[in-house]
Design a protein around this ligand. Structure first.
Ligand SMILES: [Mn+2]
Length: 338
Protein backbone atom coordinates (compact mmCIF):
# COMPACT_ATOMS: atom_id res chain seq x y z
CA UNK A 1 0.00 0.00 0.00
CA UNK A 2 1.25 3.50 -0.69
CA UNK A 3 1.75 5.96 2.16
CA UNK A 4 -1.02 8.24 0.93
CA UNK A 5 -3.57 5.44 1.21
CA UNK A 6 -2.20 4.33 4.56
CA UNK A 7 -2.57 7.85 5.93
CA UNK A 8 -6.07 8.15 4.51
CA UNK A 9 -7.08 4.90 6.21
CA UNK A 10 -5.46 5.90 9.50
CA UNK A 11 -7.46 9.10 9.39
CA UNK A 12 -10.72 7.27 8.60
CA UNK A 13 -10.17 4.81 11.45
CA UNK A 14 -9.16 7.49 13.95
CA UNK A 15 -12.84 8.09 14.69
CA UNK A 16 -15.60 5.51 15.35
CA UNK A 17 -17.10 4.28 12.09
CA UNK A 18 -19.85 1.92 11.10
CA UNK A 19 -18.15 -0.61 8.88
CA UNK A 20 -19.40 -3.37 6.63
CA UNK A 21 -17.04 -5.99 5.23
CA UNK A 22 -18.10 -7.96 2.15
CA UNK A 23 -16.58 -11.08 0.56
CA UNK A 24 -17.55 -12.34 -2.91
CA UNK A 25 -20.50 -14.63 -3.60
CA UNK A 26 -19.87 -18.31 -2.82
CA UNK A 27 -17.05 -17.27 -0.50
CA UNK A 28 -14.03 -19.56 -0.17
CA UNK A 29 -11.44 -19.92 2.58
CA UNK A 30 -9.61 -16.76 1.54
CA UNK A 31 -12.82 -14.71 1.37
CA UNK A 32 -14.14 -15.82 4.78
CA UNK A 33 -10.67 -15.84 6.37
CA UNK A 34 -9.81 -12.33 5.21
CA UNK A 35 -13.17 -10.76 6.07
CA UNK A 36 -13.25 -12.34 9.54
CA UNK A 37 -9.62 -11.41 10.24
CA UNK A 38 -10.31 -7.80 9.29
CA UNK A 39 -13.53 -7.89 11.34
CA UNK A 40 -11.65 -9.04 14.48
CA UNK A 41 -8.98 -6.40 13.90
CA UNK A 42 -11.51 -3.55 13.50
CA UNK A 43 -13.69 -4.69 16.42
CA UNK A 44 -10.61 -4.86 18.66
CA UNK A 45 -9.80 -1.29 17.59
CA UNK A 46 -13.20 -0.22 18.90
CA UNK A 47 -14.88 0.04 15.50
CA UNK A 48 -18.38 -1.23 14.85
CA UNK A 49 -17.99 -3.78 12.07
CA UNK A 50 -20.18 -6.41 10.41
CA UNK A 51 -19.32 -9.04 7.82
CA UNK A 52 -22.11 -9.55 5.28
CA UNK A 53 -21.75 -12.56 3.01
CA UNK A 54 -23.76 -12.50 -0.24
CA UNK A 55 -24.82 -16.12 0.38
CA UNK A 56 -24.03 -19.28 2.31
CA UNK A 57 -20.70 -21.14 2.26
CA UNK A 58 -19.46 -24.62 3.10
CA UNK A 59 -19.45 -26.04 6.61
CA UNK A 60 -15.68 -26.57 6.60
CA UNK A 61 -15.27 -22.78 6.86
CA UNK A 62 -17.76 -22.30 9.66
CA UNK A 63 -15.44 -23.21 12.53
CA UNK A 64 -13.56 -19.93 12.12
CA UNK A 65 -13.73 -17.60 15.14
CA UNK A 66 -16.38 -14.92 14.62
CA UNK A 67 -18.30 -16.99 12.06
CA UNK A 68 -21.48 -16.80 14.15
CA UNK A 69 -21.57 -13.01 13.66
CA UNK A 70 -21.48 -13.11 9.84
CA UNK A 71 -24.79 -12.01 8.31
CA UNK A 72 -25.97 -14.02 5.31
CA UNK A 73 -27.56 -11.51 2.91
CA UNK A 74 -29.99 -14.13 1.61
CA UNK A 75 -31.14 -15.30 5.04
CA UNK A 76 -30.73 -12.21 7.22
CA UNK A 77 -31.69 -9.70 4.60
CA UNK A 78 -33.36 -7.02 6.74
CA UNK A 79 -30.60 -6.90 9.31
CA UNK A 80 -27.97 -6.84 6.58
CA UNK A 81 -29.76 -4.06 4.70
CA UNK A 82 -29.89 -1.97 7.85
CA UNK A 83 -26.14 -2.41 8.38
CA UNK A 84 -25.51 -1.44 4.76
CA UNK A 85 -27.65 1.67 5.06
CA UNK A 86 -25.80 2.78 8.19
CA UNK A 87 -22.33 2.00 6.88
CA UNK A 88 -19.80 4.83 6.61
CA UNK A 89 -17.07 2.50 5.32
CA UNK A 90 -17.46 -0.64 3.21
CA UNK A 91 -14.49 -2.96 2.75
CA UNK A 92 -14.75 -5.31 -0.23
CA UNK A 93 -12.39 -8.27 0.03
CA UNK A 94 -11.17 -10.92 -2.40
CA UNK A 95 -13.02 -9.55 -5.44
CA UNK A 96 -12.79 -6.41 -7.55
CA UNK A 97 -16.04 -6.05 -9.52
CA UNK A 98 -19.39 -5.33 -7.89
CA UNK A 99 -20.88 -7.96 -10.19
CA UNK A 100 -19.22 -10.62 -8.00
CA UNK A 101 -21.57 -10.18 -5.04
CA UNK A 102 -24.88 -11.36 -6.50
CA UNK A 103 -27.89 -9.67 -4.89
CA UNK A 104 -25.59 -7.39 -2.88
CA UNK A 105 -24.60 -5.53 -6.03
CA UNK A 106 -27.47 -3.07 -5.91
CA UNK A 107 -27.14 -1.98 -2.26
CA UNK A 108 -23.39 -1.60 -2.74
CA UNK A 109 -23.86 0.49 -5.86
CA UNK A 110 -26.33 2.75 -4.10
CA UNK A 111 -24.25 3.19 -0.97
CA UNK A 112 -22.61 6.49 -0.09
CA UNK A 113 -19.99 4.84 2.11
CA UNK A 114 -16.25 5.10 1.52
CA UNK A 115 -15.18 1.95 -0.29
CA UNK A 116 -11.89 0.21 0.44
CA UNK A 117 -10.92 -2.70 -1.81
CA UNK A 118 -8.35 -5.30 -0.79
CA UNK A 119 -7.91 -7.87 -3.55
CA UNK A 120 -5.47 -9.91 -5.63
CA UNK A 121 -7.51 -10.59 -8.79
CA UNK A 122 -6.68 -9.12 -12.18
CA UNK A 123 -8.11 -5.92 -13.65
CA UNK A 124 -9.72 -4.21 -10.69
CA UNK A 125 -12.62 -1.90 -11.49
CA UNK A 126 -12.63 1.60 -10.05
CA UNK A 127 -15.55 1.65 -7.61
CA UNK A 128 -13.37 2.02 -4.50
CA UNK A 129 -12.11 5.24 -2.89
CA UNK A 130 -9.03 3.34 -1.78
CA UNK A 131 -7.86 0.41 -3.86
CA UNK A 132 -5.25 -1.98 -2.51
CA UNK A 133 -4.88 -4.34 -5.45
CA UNK A 134 -1.89 -6.60 -6.06
CA UNK A 135 -2.13 -9.52 -8.47
CA UNK A 136 1.21 -10.95 -7.33
CA UNK A 137 -0.21 -11.73 -3.89
CA UNK A 138 -0.92 -15.32 -2.87
CA UNK A 139 -4.18 -14.41 -1.20
CA UNK A 140 -6.29 -11.60 0.16
CA UNK A 141 -5.38 -12.88 3.62
CA UNK A 142 -1.70 -12.13 2.92
CA UNK A 143 -2.83 -8.63 1.92
CA UNK A 144 -4.86 -8.16 5.10
CA UNK A 145 -1.70 -9.07 7.01
CA UNK A 146 0.15 -6.38 5.01
CA UNK A 147 -2.70 -3.97 5.65
CA UNK A 148 -2.48 -4.47 9.43
CA UNK A 149 1.32 -4.23 9.25
CA UNK A 150 1.10 -0.98 7.24
CA UNK A 151 -1.03 0.52 10.00
CA UNK A 152 1.72 -0.39 12.47
CA UNK A 153 -0.44 -2.94 14.23
CA UNK A 154 1.24 -6.35 13.83
CA UNK A 155 1.35 -6.56 17.61
CA UNK A 156 -2.48 -6.45 17.57
CA UNK A 157 -2.73 -9.71 15.65
CA UNK A 158 -4.60 -12.02 18.00
CA UNK A 159 -4.90 -15.81 17.88
CA UNK A 160 -8.32 -15.39 16.23
CA UNK A 161 -6.91 -13.14 13.51
CA UNK A 162 -3.96 -15.49 13.02
CA UNK A 163 -6.25 -18.51 12.61
CA UNK A 164 -8.41 -16.71 10.03
CA UNK A 165 -5.46 -15.40 8.01
CA UNK A 166 -3.68 -18.75 8.07
CA UNK A 167 -6.80 -20.45 6.68
CA UNK A 168 -7.07 -18.13 3.68
CA UNK A 169 -3.38 -18.27 2.82
CA UNK A 170 -3.41 -22.06 3.12
CA UNK A 171 -6.50 -22.56 0.93
CA UNK A 172 -5.62 -19.99 -1.76
CA UNK A 173 -2.08 -21.32 -2.15
CA UNK A 174 -3.18 -24.97 -2.30
CA UNK A 175 -1.32 -25.58 0.96
CA UNK A 176 1.62 -23.36 -0.02
CA UNK A 177 2.13 -25.02 -3.40
CA UNK A 178 0.97 -22.51 -6.03
CA UNK A 179 3.45 -20.14 -7.72
CA UNK A 180 2.48 -16.89 -5.89
CA UNK A 181 3.67 -18.52 -2.65
CA UNK A 182 6.84 -16.60 -1.79
CA UNK A 183 9.37 -16.62 1.03
CA UNK A 184 7.42 -13.65 2.36
CA UNK A 185 4.23 -15.75 2.36
CA UNK A 186 6.07 -18.34 4.48
CA UNK A 187 7.43 -15.65 6.82
CA UNK A 188 3.92 -14.30 7.31
CA UNK A 189 2.62 -17.80 7.96
CA UNK A 190 5.44 -18.37 10.45
CA UNK A 191 4.49 -15.14 12.24
CA UNK A 192 0.86 -16.27 12.30
CA UNK A 193 1.86 -19.55 13.95
CA UNK A 194 3.86 -17.52 16.50
CA UNK A 195 0.67 -15.54 17.14
CA UNK A 196 -1.20 -18.75 17.86
CA UNK A 197 -2.50 -20.02 14.51
CA UNK A 198 -3.17 -23.72 15.02
CA UNK A 199 -1.82 -24.86 11.65
CA UNK A 200 -2.34 -28.57 12.10
CA UNK A 201 -5.86 -28.17 13.45
CA UNK A 202 -6.74 -25.83 10.57
CA UNK A 203 -5.62 -28.37 7.95
CA UNK A 204 -7.74 -30.94 9.71
CA UNK A 205 -10.82 -28.66 9.91
CA UNK A 206 -10.62 -27.68 6.24
CA UNK A 207 -9.40 -30.79 4.47
CA UNK A 208 -10.39 -33.81 6.56
CA UNK A 209 -14.07 -33.18 6.19
CA UNK A 210 -15.02 -35.66 3.51
CA UNK A 211 -18.33 -37.45 3.65
CA UNK A 212 -18.72 -40.94 2.14
CA UNK A 213 -20.94 -39.48 -0.60
CA UNK A 214 -18.33 -36.88 -1.51
CA UNK A 215 -15.66 -39.57 -1.86
CA UNK A 216 -18.03 -41.55 -4.09
CA UNK A 217 -18.67 -38.43 -6.18
CA UNK A 218 -14.90 -37.93 -6.47
CA UNK A 219 -14.63 -41.55 -7.63
CA UNK A 220 -17.25 -40.84 -10.27
CA UNK A 221 -15.43 -37.66 -11.39
CA UNK A 222 -12.08 -39.45 -11.68
CA UNK A 223 -13.70 -42.27 -13.65
CA UNK A 224 -15.04 -39.66 -16.09
CA UNK A 225 -11.61 -38.08 -16.54
CA UNK A 226 -10.56 -37.82 -20.18
CA UNK A 227 -6.95 -37.28 -21.21
CA UNK A 228 -6.26 -35.31 -24.41
CA UNK A 229 -2.60 -36.18 -24.76
CA UNK A 230 -2.10 -34.08 -27.88
CA UNK A 231 -2.94 -30.94 -25.90
CA UNK A 232 -1.52 -31.92 -22.48
CA UNK A 233 -5.05 -31.41 -21.28
CA UNK A 234 -7.51 -33.35 -19.15
CA UNK A 235 -11.15 -32.75 -18.50
CA UNK A 236 -13.77 -34.15 -16.17
CA UNK A 237 -17.54 -34.04 -16.56
CA UNK A 238 -20.20 -34.41 -13.87
CA UNK A 239 -23.81 -34.54 -14.95
CA UNK A 240 -26.73 -33.51 -12.75
CA UNK A 241 -27.74 -37.16 -12.58
CA UNK A 242 -24.31 -38.15 -11.28
CA UNK A 243 -24.41 -35.34 -8.71
CA UNK A 244 -27.87 -36.37 -7.55
CA UNK A 245 -27.07 -40.06 -7.25
CA UNK A 246 -24.09 -39.19 -5.01
CA UNK A 247 -26.11 -36.94 -2.72
CA UNK A 248 -24.30 -33.80 -3.91
CA UNK A 249 -24.01 -30.94 -1.43
CA UNK A 250 -22.74 -27.45 -2.20
CA UNK A 251 -18.94 -27.43 -2.08
CA UNK A 252 -18.56 -31.17 -2.67
CA UNK A 253 -16.80 -30.72 -6.02
CA UNK A 254 -14.34 -28.17 -4.61
CA UNK A 255 -10.81 -29.18 -5.63
CA UNK A 256 -11.83 -32.00 -8.01
CA UNK A 257 -10.40 -30.13 -11.00
CA UNK A 258 -6.92 -30.11 -9.47
CA UNK A 259 -6.56 -33.89 -9.70
CA UNK A 260 -5.95 -33.60 -13.45
CA UNK A 261 -2.83 -31.54 -12.89
CA UNK A 262 -1.26 -34.29 -10.79
CA UNK A 263 -0.63 -36.17 -14.05
CA UNK A 264 2.96 -35.59 -15.07
CA UNK A 265 2.69 -33.99 -18.52
CA UNK A 266 -0.66 -32.27 -18.01
CA UNK A 267 -0.67 -28.46 -18.01
CA UNK A 268 -4.39 -27.75 -18.43
CA UNK A 269 -7.20 -29.29 -16.38
CA UNK A 270 -10.90 -28.56 -16.67
CA UNK A 271 -14.07 -29.71 -14.95
CA UNK A 272 -17.57 -29.30 -16.39
CA UNK A 273 -20.38 -29.52 -13.85
CA UNK A 274 -24.00 -29.53 -14.92
CA UNK A 275 -26.42 -27.31 -13.02
CA UNK A 276 -29.96 -28.11 -14.21
CA UNK A 277 -31.54 -25.54 -11.89
CA UNK A 278 -29.60 -22.67 -13.45
CA UNK A 279 -29.63 -24.31 -16.88
CA UNK A 280 -25.85 -23.98 -17.27
CA UNK A 281 -22.64 -25.96 -17.24
CA UNK A 282 -20.30 -24.51 -14.62
CA UNK A 283 -16.66 -24.78 -15.62
CA UNK A 284 -13.42 -24.55 -13.64
CA UNK A 285 -10.06 -24.18 -15.34
CA UNK A 286 -6.64 -24.86 -13.84
CA UNK A 287 -3.20 -24.72 -15.42
CA UNK A 288 0.43 -25.17 -14.62
CA UNK A 289 2.99 -22.71 -15.98
CA UNK A 290 2.35 -20.07 -18.62
CA UNK A 291 -0.99 -21.15 -20.06
CA UNK A 292 -3.37 -18.36 -18.98
CA UNK A 293 -6.70 -19.87 -18.04
CA UNK A 294 -8.26 -16.52 -17.16
CA UNK A 295 -7.80 -15.42 -20.79
CA UNK A 296 -9.18 -18.72 -22.04
CA UNK A 297 -12.18 -18.48 -19.71
CA UNK A 298 -12.99 -14.88 -20.57
CA UNK A 299 -12.53 -15.35 -24.33
CA UNK A 300 -14.75 -18.41 -24.64
CA UNK A 301 -16.78 -19.13 -21.51
CA UNK A 302 -17.87 -15.73 -20.08
CA UNK A 303 -15.59 -16.15 -17.11
CA UNK A 304 -12.30 -15.01 -15.64
CA UNK A 305 -10.03 -15.32 -12.63
CA UNK A 306 -6.33 -15.82 -12.07
CA UNK A 307 -3.58 -16.87 -14.50
CA UNK A 308 -3.65 -20.47 -13.28
CA UNK A 309 -7.16 -20.76 -11.84
CA UNK A 310 -10.32 -19.45 -13.41
CA UNK A 311 -14.00 -20.18 -13.85
CA UNK A 312 -16.61 -19.85 -16.55
CA UNK A 313 -19.98 -21.08 -17.76
CA UNK A 314 -21.78 -22.39 -20.81
CA UNK A 315 -25.44 -22.32 -21.79
CA UNK A 316 -25.04 -25.29 -24.14
CA UNK A 317 -25.69 -28.89 -23.18
CA UNK A 318 -22.88 -30.88 -21.59
CA UNK A 319 -22.15 -32.68 -24.84
CA UNK A 320 -22.08 -29.47 -26.90
CA UNK A 321 -20.01 -27.66 -24.29
CA UNK A 322 -17.38 -30.39 -24.32
CA UNK A 323 -17.26 -30.52 -28.14
CA UNK A 324 -16.91 -26.77 -28.29
CA UNK A 325 -14.12 -26.90 -25.70
CA UNK A 326 -12.30 -29.62 -27.63
CA UNK A 327 -12.52 -27.74 -30.91
CA UNK A 328 -11.08 -24.61 -29.26
CA UNK A 329 -7.97 -26.43 -28.10
CA UNK A 330 -6.60 -26.59 -31.66
CA UNK A 331 -5.97 -22.84 -31.52
CA UNK A 332 -3.91 -23.24 -28.36
CA UNK A 333 -1.79 -26.20 -29.38
CA UNK A 334 1.50 -24.30 -29.21
CA UNK A 335 0.75 -22.74 -25.85
CA UNK A 336 -0.23 -26.11 -24.44
CA UNK A 337 2.97 -27.80 -25.62
CA UNK A 338 5.70 -25.76 -23.95
MN1 LIG B 1 -8.35 -15.11 -2.92
Amino acid sequence: MNSEDINAIKKLLSVPQKIVIVPHKNPDGDAIGSTLALWHYLQNKGQQATVISPNDYPKFLKWMPGNEYILNYEKENRQAKRKLNEASIIFTLDFNHLGRVGQLEEPLENSNAEFIMIDHHQEPSDYANITYSDVTMSSTCEMVYNFIESLGDTSDITTEIANCLYTGIMTDTGSFAFPPTTSRTHRIVANLIDKGAENSKIHNEVFNTNTPSRLHLLGCALKNLVILEEFNTVYITLSQEELDSNDFKKGDTEGFVNYGLTLNEIVFAVIFIENKEEGIIKISFRSEGDFLVNEFASSHFSGGGHNNAAGGRSNLSMQDTVSRFKSLLKNYKNKLNP
